[in-house]
Write a protein that binds this ligand. Structure first.
Ligand code: NAD
Ligand code: MG
Length: 387
């Protein structure tokens, strides 16, 4: 029996690599749903190759182009945010791989869980915004939450067959393109410099998050909810070669690490084949190519976003949701040269100050805080522009 997959965000970096994995195992996987924000040409090409039941294009203005291009096929073409949420309910879907960027991935994740689908989660923002609520839904609906993020896949792989509790985990971080830089040096970095990641090729938002260490902050929050840890059980260690993808330490002091070349196809494939492993011909790691694997302490003074993430997680309530939304706006503004690299952290801090913390939130509350935080962060950015 083939596994039926819905790929949300199929035109992005993770989405296209997921399709590479599907292409490599045509007898194992069937694509049921493909979705994209606005890249109609790419979505059409993917649809013609993979013949899903449904494609969803979020941008309503691109709908007619996709509809026309697929008119001679049996593929249904849907448009808009609500269609995205409904598409994940399709009966035949076994697993929803969520590769959407940002909190836009939240509602489709929730609906997929409620429809009894297993989730392969790349969209870490889902867990950052409302991790507790999501993991409760996962338990309630008895579905699997399979991490795609490489660090979390590493932890997940280290835990297979381990009934014993975790003492702590080490999330590894490459340190990004500005590792070792001072705040003075960071004051004038350009988006072109920030977009050059040393080890990974990824979408623009996560690449900027990696340069600012926000990505590691989001991953600390993601790990907390995925593995039910307390804050002091999660350490970040900078490992510039990105070969050790993360480490679990057990209560007897034993540590397990998962290693390999940095290639997202591996954690994507594992999320889709778990608990099995399928043979592939991805390039293998050669120890002799790496004379040293090195480790450093993260610089929380220079890269304030990581500290902000730890603080938000410690405070709880709406803090991580607000932090994430402000960050999405700040990164978009940085990519449009409207805020400086270091200015992004100030936007996050000020947005958090503007919005009061509240606890015991429903999904709709989180969505409302997400929306409000975006407006506040955008106002702050507009003010910088006018000064
Ligand atoms: P990307 O920007 O390359 O792709 C994003 C995809 O989401 C695109 O298909 C786009 O059409 C779609 N999308 C964008 N906005 C949308 C919206 N509002 N509604 C619906 N769809 C929308 O991003 P990416 O690098 O593939 O990252 C996707 C997710 O995976 C992010 O959460 C990221 O943090 C996570 N992730 C990525 C990598 C990586 O190597 N790229 C690694 C680990 C985790
Ligand atoms: Mg990661």
């Amino acid at each position: 029996m083939k596994k039926n997959i819905a790929i949300l965000g199929s035109t992005g970096s993770i989405g296209t690599q997921t399709l590479d994995v599907v292409r490599a195992f045509p007898h194992k996987f069937q694509v049921s749903v493909l979705t994209a924000s606005n890249r109609a040409d790419d979505l059409i090409k993917q649809a013609l190759e993979f013949q899903p039941k449904i494609v969803v294009i979020i941008s309503e203005s691109a709908y007619s182009q996709v509809k026309e291009a697929l008119a001679h096929t049996d593929i249904q073409v849907w448009a808009g945010e609500q269609a995205l949420v409904e598409a994940v309910e399709l009966e035949e879907i076994d697993v929803v791989l969520n590769a959407i960027v940002g909190s836009a991935g939240l509602r489709p994740t929730v609906r997929a869980i409620q429809s009894g689908k297993d989730i392969a989660l790349a969209n870490k923002e889902t867990l950052v915004v409302s991790g507790e609520l999501i993991m409760n839904l996962v338990k309630q609906h008895n579905v699997k939450m399979l991490p795609v993020d490489s660090e979390h896949s590493a932890i997940f792989q280290c835990l297979v067959g381990e009934p014993s509790p975790i003492e702590k985990i080490y999330l590894t971080a490459s340190g990004g393109p500005f590792r070792g830089w001072s705040r003075e040096q960071l004051a004038h970095v350009t988006k072109a410099e920030a977009l050059k990641h040393p080890n990974w090729t990824m979408g623009a938002k996560i690449t900027i998050d990696s340069a600012s260490l926000m990505n590691k902050g989001l991953e600390v929050i993601e790990a907390k909810w995925l593995f039910d840890l307390s804050l002091n059980q999660i350490d970040v260690i900078v490992h510039p070669q990105s070969i050790i993808h993360s480490i679990v330490q057990f209560e007897d002091g034993s540590m397990k690490a998962q290693m390999g070349l940095p290639d997202m196809k591996l954690p994507i494939q594992y999320a889709l084949t778990y608990p099995e492993r399928y043979a592939n011909n991805f390039k293998r790691f050669d120890f002799l190519d790496y004379s040293q694997l090195t480790f450093e302490k993260p610089d929380l003074h220079t890269f304030r976003n990581l500290q902000l993430a730890y603080d938000a997680l410690a405070e709880g309530g709406n803090r991580c949701c607000v932090l994430n939304a402000a960050n999405e706006i700040a990164v978009a503004a940085f990519l449009e040269d409207k805020v400086s690299f270091l200015g992004m952290s100030s936007i996050l801090e000020e947005t958090l100050c503007h919005i009061e913390n509240k606890n015991n939130l429903s999904l709709e509350d989180y969505i409302a805080y997400d929306r409000e935080s975006r407006i506040v962060a955008q106002d702050l950015i507009n003010k910088i522009k006018h000064n």
